[in-house]
Ligand binder design. Structure first.
Ligand code: DSN
Length: 478
């Protein structure tokens, strides 16, 4: 692939867009500049390949394709069938999964599809069975009432948000916490690690229909074999949301007990985080759940996005190449180097380190809230996000943590030496930032002070660090 081809493709695309609405073309160009210039440490972001990006910009976007491959509600889906089947095949092969459903538009959508599939599979309800076999018109008002009561009183046990779980794992402000009777398992206050005995105890007491594993801010490996044993011991369906670490599973960094696919009944993921594909979601499952999962659209989802499924097929093909395993290992090596660099300089990390792609800094040690730290780092050209830490006294809005991750910088080519320099930049900013006060003198959780000269200096150092590792080196828009 010549670099010239990538430049020509993107330049031509922008020229066509500019002829209609130049401000959109300008914004697309500006986004590339911003991404090139910032030290992106958001654990859930990455840079998709030019091939993946280009696969999304075409007329597949125009096609409706509700249903599944070969069984559509619309005519003329033969080419959509081709890309959807390819994406599903790559996903099955990559993850060793019995079934793959590649239509979800996001991770939340994938989780909703999974919840529906488990409910439909597990809830003993004559009304529900009728509702699925085209006898809907036979159902009485009483049947519908019973159906809603049965579906609405099922139980889910998932990791709590402040321990690193995701808001769709039953957090109450999310629909998952409203549609399920939910309980959480947390982490050991002393170590920050999952205490599997406590999870087993909670499962025995609560008897969930679904046990959810997976996280978006837990910096350690999870033993999915043990969680499956816990699920089996109480008759729960075991679901894993591997959105954050799918790339580490794909790259065979997480194997055996730490690979969720052989252990879970159903696995959900996004495709754009460590997996480095287009923005979207996916469900993998055991054969007994496949029929219900395939009903995802139109049961739960709007029309599939064939252009994104085409890009998923491209990205999943990339992830099956040997160099992806090398990439996945480098993500973890880099996270380790970042954690070590921060610890050596005196930072406090949740669980004391990492064995995946992310690090969670408890910034209360710097006298800051997560909100203050996030903004001070952003002023200094370092893009992160604030995040709760376990038992966070500042809640989910201000927080006491900063979550940082290495998938994006690893894609650019930065290695462990640059991670140490990154740790130095982060530590410098956080030690030089001071918490501000409200007008009445009380401590503010949002205001902070950081010398503008220092912020500029760190931003320049960050840019210098990135200069050796250009983003999309094959794309020249000038
Ligand atoms: N927004 C994703 C993350 O940052 O972890 C999860 O939804």
């Amino acid at each position: 692939m010549s670099r010239n081809a990538e430049s020509t493709a993107f330049r031509s695309a922008l020229e066509v867009i500019r002829a209609v609405e130049p401000r959109v073309a300008d914004a697309i160009g500006a986004e590339l500049t911003d991404q090139r210039e910032s030290l992106k440490l958001i654990a859930s972001e990455n840079y998709a390949s030019p091939a993946t990006l280009l696969a999304m910009g075409n007329w597949f976007s125009d096609k409706y394709a509700e249903g599944t491959v070969g069984r559509r509600f619309y005519a003329g889906c033969q080419n959509v069938d081709t890309v959807e089947a390819l994406a599903a095949e790559h996903a099955r092969e990559l993850f060793g999964a019995a079934h793959a459903y590649v239509q979800p538009h996001s991770g939340i959508d994938a989780n909703l599809v999974a919840f529906w599939a488990v409910l439909a599979d597990r809830v003993e309800s004559p009304a529900l069975k009728k509702a699925q076999v085209r006898q809907v018109n036979d159902l009485t008002e009483a049947d519908w009432f019973a159906l809603r009561r049965e579906l609405g009183n099922q139980r889910m046990l998932g990791m709590s948000l402040d321990a690193g779980g995701h808001l769709t794992h039953g957090f109450r402000p999310n629909i998952s916490g409203k549609m399920f009777d939910q309980r959480s398992y947390g982490t050991d206050p002393a170590t920050g690690l999952i205490d599997y005995d406590r999870v087993a105890e909670a499962a025995r007491e609560f008897k969930p229909l679904i046990l959810v594993g997976g996280y978006s801010a837990y910096p350690r490996k999870v033993n999915f074999r043990i969680l499956r044993e816990i699920a089996d011991s109480v008759g729960a369906t075991f679901m894993v949301d591997m959105a954050h670490f799918a790339g580490l599973v794909a790259g065979k960094v997480f194997t055996g007990d730490f690979d969720p696919v052989p252990h879970a009944h159903i696995v959900t993921t996004t495709t754009h985080k460590s997996l480095r594909g287009p923005r979207g979601g996916m469900v993998l499952c055991q054969p007994e759940l496949a029929d219900q999962v395939d009903r995802g659209c139109p049961m739960v989802l709007g029309g599939p996005l064939p252009h994104v499924m085409a890009a998923k097929a491209v990205a999943l093909a990339e992830a099956r190449r040997p160099d992806f395993a090398d990439y996945a290992q480098r993500i973890v090596d880099n996270a380790n180097a970042l954690a070590e660099g921060l610890l050596r300089r005196g930072a406090t990390l949740v669980t004391g380190g990492t064995d995946n792609h992310l690090v969670l800094i408890d910034v209360s040690g710097y006298g800051l809230t997560g909100r203050q730290a996030e903004q001070a780092l952003l002023d200094s050209g370092i893009v992160t996000n604030r995040n709760s830490v376990p038992q966070d006294p500042n809640g989910a809005w201000y927080t006491s943590g900063i979550r940082i991750g290495t998938p994006a910088l690893t894609t650019r080519g930065l290695g462990t030496a640059e991670m140490d320099q990154t740790a130095e930049l982060i530590h410098t900013v956080l030690t030089q930032t001071t918490a501000g006060a409200n007008a009445d003198g009380t401590p503010s959780k949002a205001k902070y002070a950081l010398d503008a000269g220092l912020a500029d200096k760190v931003a320049r150092q960050a840019t210098d660090l990135l200069a050796t590792y250009p983003l999309y080196p094959g794309i020249d828009l000038s």
